[in-house]
Design a protein around this ligand. Sequence first.
Ligand code: ADP
Ligand code: MG
Length: 278
Amino acid sequence: MSRNNITFFLSSIIYTIIPKKGDMRMTTALSLEQVSYSYHTMKQETTALSSITFDVLSGEFVAVVGPSGCGKSTMLHLIAKLLPLSGGTIKINGVPIEESTDHIGYMLQKDQLLPWRTIYENVTLGLKIQNIKDPEAFDKVDRLLELYGLKDFKNSYPSQLSGGMRQRAALIRTLALSPDILLLDEPFSALDYQTRLRVSDDIGTIIKEKKKTALLVTHDLSEAISMADRVIVLSKRPGTVKTIVPIHLTCEKKTPQAARNAVEFKDYFNQLWREIND
Ligand code: ADP
Ligand code: MG
């Protein structure tokens, strides 16, 4: 085989193994099919979710909105395997979650940092629990701390940081484990309005730059429109998928902050508002 032929042979193997960037977006990272869930207490049964079906593509940012109590948190709990799936199927990268070994990052409304541990001890907690000793993982944490302006606060305690800084620390702790999928449950709602805009801008940009697949639950329609590629609207309890709205904004800088100034923003807001209050 000539050298040219060998090069061609090798590059065609690599081509078949590594999908093109465009193709990667087309793979389904998360799928829910006919997912239902009921809570059982001594007194009653509460059906929280009914027949939820949707897909999230790899690298896609999807927001979920819906009335309070419609089952948004329940849905994330099921995906994160914090609740046992009783009806329907959830797959991560094509594998049912019961068998999946892919890592899911879950960021909650409260930053859940441990007050008696320093920021560094907090952001490396997941690595310690999982007994990960790989120096690369710790280097990554150092890089993220520097990148997100927390390097000088490594030895501070959570109480010495602002709400926005704590939320960024919580994100670093989540990203440290290199999750395949990020679940975010109203992660900014504990912050005051100004901080929320800044932090959602920050975190939205970080997640998009890293091309992470993300599912964000929020009650803030502006946040959903400005951050997501698609918005899923759930009905009131028991939550069902009422509609899914793809978001296409024309704006120069594709940051959540810039998105709020796009001409289409108001129409999306009105459309989602009508769907939720219908
Ligand atoms: P959301 O996040 O959309 O506000 P949740 O998923 O927290 O809604 O809750 C959905 C419904 O399930 C609510 O009516 C809530 O009262 C009920 N629920 C949630 N957690 C429990 C539980 N542990 N036991 C019984 N009912 C629950
Ligand atoms: Mg909730």
